[in-house]
Design a protein around this ligand. Structure first.
Ligand code: CP
Ligand code: NVA
Length: 310
């Protein structure tokens, strides 16, 4: 392997070099081929991955657990009430203990700082499976999917319509790192984190691409190669859902809005989707939509991440 990532944590795309990002894509491509042609690829024979979830999950859980199994290892699921973590034992102690048994940890939780803390004290790689701040495995998968469909990343434009949430943040990190233009349209009060935007602007300047933070969905979608959206109320924000429906009404991805994108635009969504809210069926199920390829690619990209860091 060209780039050595063994032992590395995967907490934010901002921490990855361009070489590491493309190494993940190369390995993901090769693992996908191997799975399709039934070629053995048990690179993690006998290794164990602990999977800690304090939030719900369909894709992340099933793709990580299937992925580690296909690589010859074992995935262990820990739900919100399974570990002593954070309740009756500190994150630091948990990290040190788990490091004596496991070869890697994947964690999905609320507070991003908890993942940073876990990684600080763990001697094994920690993979971020979503926090309130970031969702790096999803966005690496999204970029891999764009690369498969468009054969390039640099120079393309991605428009993200909706909440300035974990998806918006990881897309800012990811697009700016690989030299894609990104335009985000969010209602006032729901803009992405300023530090992440500033950092993305620095990466983008280096790569010769653009970062735009707007309030007009039409301006954001104009000539976009990719139109991306996510739920208006994320996990943990359920009680704000009704209020958000009103504030985000203008930010729906529908047939009228996508007319402003390029004809061969890709529609992307990390899923789960709230159809009829942030996106209508006519877009989500259109020939431009690649939402299920994206979901499938979680498996291949995360297998690549595990194979590289574990
Ligand atoms: N996209 C994603 O992470 O889906 P889950 O919440 O189902 O894992
Ligand atoms: N923003 C969503 C993404 C789910 C994959 C959430 O955090 O619930």
């Amino acid at each position: 392997m060209a780039v050595n990532m063994k032992g590395k944590d995967l907490i934010s795309i901002a921490d990855l070099s361009l070489e590491e990002i493309y190494e993940i894509f190369d390995v993901a491509h090769s693992l996908k081929q191997k799975l399709y042609t039934n070629e053995p690829h048990r690179y993690l024979e006998g290794k164990t991955l602990g999977m800690i979830f304090t939030k719900r999950s369909t894709r992340t859980r099933v793709s990580f657990e299937t992925g580690i199994y296909q690589l010859g290892g074992l995935g262990m699921y820990f739900g919100p009430n399974d570990l002593q973590l954070g309740k009756s034992e500190s994150i630091a102690d948990t990290a040190k203990v788990l490091s004596r048994y496991l070869n890697g940890i994947m964690i999905r939780t609320f507070d991003h700082n908890d993942v940073v803390e876990l990684a600080k004290y763990a001697d094994i790689p920690v993979i971020n499976g979503l926090t309130d701040l970031l969702h790096p495995c999803q966005v690496l998968t999204d970029l891999f999917t764009v690369l498969e469909k468009k054969r390039k990343l640099q120079g393309l434009k991605l428009a993200y319509i909706g909440d300035g949430n974990n998806m918006a943040h990881s897309l800012l990190n990811g697009c700016s790192k690989v030299g894609m233009d990104i335009a985000i349209a969010s209602p006032s009060g729901y803009k992405p984190n300023k530090d992440i935007v500033e950092n993305a602007k620095k990466f983008a300047a280096y790569m010769g691409s653009k970062v735009e933070i707007l309030e007009d969905p039409v301006a954001a979608v104009k000539d976009a190669d990719i139109v991306y959206t996510d739920v208006w109320a994320s996990m943990g924000q359920e009680e704000e859902a009704e209020e958000r429906k009103k504030k985000f009404a203008r930010f729906q991805v529908n047939l009228e809005l996508v007319k402003h994108a390029k004809d061969d635009y890709l529609f992307m969504h990390c899923l789960p989707a709230h159809r009829g809210e942030e996106v209508v069926n006519e877009v989500a199920d259109s020939p431009n939509s690649v939402i299920f390829d994206e979901a499938e690619n979680r498996l291949h990209v995360q297998k690549a991440i595990m194979a590289l860091v574990m």
